[in-house]
Ligand binder design. Structure first.
Ligand code: SF4
Length: 355
């Protein structure tokens, strides 16, 4: 299988910017960005990040607000905060040199077995396995691994197979390429819906193809219960400035910016009823954003509003920022869409439509 996969990868690998380097820092950043995010989205983020923070030292000394801004829109912001914490450890403990030992890489904040394996195999050529969604799919089909691939037994078998393959590739010093080849096969050919088996370089070895079980493998996970939620955001503008606040440490999307908001009941007719500080100035929302956080499907409705008590004497629930300053802050994704909607409201096209 290794003999067939490596030439296929050589001929079919996508030309991605992080594949042109063996710099462990650059590979690490690409790997954490790629968790939960598609390749085509990551390319621009990765290039921008590498221009702004080209090495571990730059990331370690960057202001957290800058790190958040560079990550804005990628979601799962703990990844960015962990990356900076890891960079500081590398500077303090490893003299600024990215560690080479697998255990030391694995000990960094936010680095799990998969990421440590990817860095050590791709940057250093070590025989360390990786197992992500793509590799799980390829190996489950190829070797006929039944059972929940995230369950203890099947997962251990898959890690074992991945390790055997990368150890075989070590004989020709191709560990990184083998791991990348497995992921690429899963991304381009052995896809979830309709795999392109006739084009697959390992089709004659494939258990699922031989036994006509491609559609059954890997076994689907039992979906968790989805919960619907509804939130109202209040956009208050005073003397050219908007009221915004930063999410607290420890919360989802910690340290990112947002408009004040509250959760409301699905059928609530007056969204400001539960938020004492705000009074709606328009009955209808001017922007509705649907987004998901883990199992929650959230509808966020933004309303123009004013403060019900005089600011700033009392407890103004946030700080005042101009439209230009909003652009420079890192917003949670759904709230960035509200900022965009505010801009669209002011655009010449919108004004002429209104006229
Ligand atoms: Fe996947 Fe089909 Fe290749 Fe088997 S033959 S590994 S199912 S693409």
């Amino acid at each position: 299988m290794v003999r067939r996969l490596l030439p296929w990868f050589g001929a079919n690998a996508r030309d991605l910017p992080w594949r042109r380097t063996r710099d462990p820092y650059a590979i690490w950043i690409s790997e954490i960005m790629l968790q939960q995010t598609q390749v085509k989205t990551v390319v621009a983020y990765w290039e921008r990040w590498m221009r702004a923070l080209p090495d571990v030292a730059a990331l370690a000394r960057a202001k957290p607000a800058r790190v958040h801004k560079l990550w804005e829109g990628l979601g799962y912001y703990a990844r960015a905060r962990n990356a900076q914490a890891a960079a500081k450890i590398i500077v303090d403990k490893h003299g600024g040199e990215f560690p080479k030992a697998f255990e030391e890489v694995l000990a960094l904040p936010g680095v799990g077995r998969y990421t440590a394996g990817a860095i050590c195999s791709i940057a250093y050529g070590q025989a360390k396995a990786i197992l992500d969604g793509n590799v799980i799919r390829v190996l489950s089909r190829l070797f006929g691994v039944a059972g929940d691939p995230r369950g203890k037994e099947a997962n251990a078998r898959l890690w074992g197979l991945a390790q055997e393959l990368v150890s075989t590739a070590a004989e020709t010093e191709e560990c990184g390429r083998l791991n990348e080849g497995l992921m690429e096969l899963g991304a381009l050919v052995c896809t979830p819906g309709e795999p392109r088996c006739p084009e697959c370089p390992v089709r004659t070895l494939c258990f699922a193809r031989k036994t006509k079980r491609v559609g059954e493998l890997p076994m689907a996970r039992v979906a968790g219960q989805v919960i619907q939620r509804r939130c109202a955001a209040f956009v208050v503008k005073k003397e050219g400035r908007f009221l915004v606040r930063q999410r607290p440490a420890g919360a989802v999307n910690a340290h990112l910016w947002e408009f004040p908001n509250v959760e409301i009941a699905a059928k609530e007719k007056n969204p400001a009823a539960g938020a004492g500080e705000f009074v709606l100035t328009e009955k209808e929302s001017f922007c509705r954003v649907r987004h998901s956080i883990t199992r929650y499907r959230i509808l966020l409705e933004a309303y123009h509003a004013k403060l019900s008590t005089e600011a700033p004497r009392g407890n103004v629930p946030g700080v005042w920022r101009t439209a230009g300053q909003l652009d420079r802050l890192a917003f949670a994704g759904a709230h960035r869409k509200i900022v965009a909607a505010l801009k669209a409201e002011k655009s010449p096209e919108k004004r002429s439509n209104a006229a």
